[in-house]
Design a binder for this molecule. Structure first.
Ligand code: GRF
Length: 200
């Protein structure tokens, strides 16, 4: 699920191609923004993309219901929020509990939660005089950026950093850990399923 440039989506696309992500395919790209470059990235790979813009729905519940139907239609096993800038409805989170992951550009539990997204995160990190920042992939639960952490990777804050220079350094590790996390979760799910089958 995307809303913007889709560089994390691209990392997943490339990770599947190189085999860094095994036994997985992208069934559908869901965007909350019809202008998201992420859509062009999907289409360049022949991956289906569907747009669900808030202005086209009476409310978030209806929009999330429509997203839920689209995910069910492709039998999605795992939902990856890759720069998706909307909060999921409780119904969607409940339906995919344990099967939704999100990437956040800070070392959770620092600089996360309502209002901490994009540039605001890096501005706060710099304003606090932190010597390091980083990225986190976590399971999505009912809260905002509060689910179980899957992977984190830190980067140094450098003298003279701007929110843009820090964001770029963090984005590099985002692209690493989103691929590692997707592979980790899909492999664990496959192992769990095979275990279940073995013991009936
Ligand atoms: C990333 O910094 C991600 O952590 C945040 O939004 C940005 C998305 O970038 N949620 P992209 O759309 O994947 O390039």
């Amino acid at each position: 699920m995307v809303s913007g440039g889709g560089s994390n989506l691209q990392a997943i696309i490339d990770g599947i191609k190189t085999g860094a992500i095994r036994n997985a395919e992208i069934a559908l790209v869901v965007s909350s923004n019809k202008l998201a470059y992420a859509i062009a990235r999907a289409e360049a790979e022949g991956i289906s993309a569907a747009v669900f813009e808030p202005k086209d729905y009476p409310g978030e519940e209806a929009r999330n219901d429509a997203i839920e139907s689209a995910l069910a239609e492709v039998s999605a096993d795992l939902v990856v929020l890759a720069g998706y800038m909307r909060i999921l409805s409780p119904a969607l989170v409940a339906r995919y509990k344990g099967r939704i992951i999100n990437i956040h550009p800070s070392l959770i539990p620092k600089y996360c939660g309502m209002g901490f997204y994009g540039r605001k995160v890096h501005e706060a990190v710099l304003a606090a005089g932190e010597t390091e920042s980083g990225a986190t992939v976590h399971f999505v639960d009912e809260g905002v950026d509060t689910g179980q952490i899957i992977l984190q990777r830190s980067v140094p804050v450098q003298t003279g950093d701007t929110p843009e220079s820090l964001a770029a350094r963090v984005l590099d590790v985002e692209h690493e850990i989103i691929v590692e996390a997707v592979n980790k979760v899909t492999q664990r799910r496959i192992e769990d399923e095979s275990t279940d089958q073995r013991f009936g």
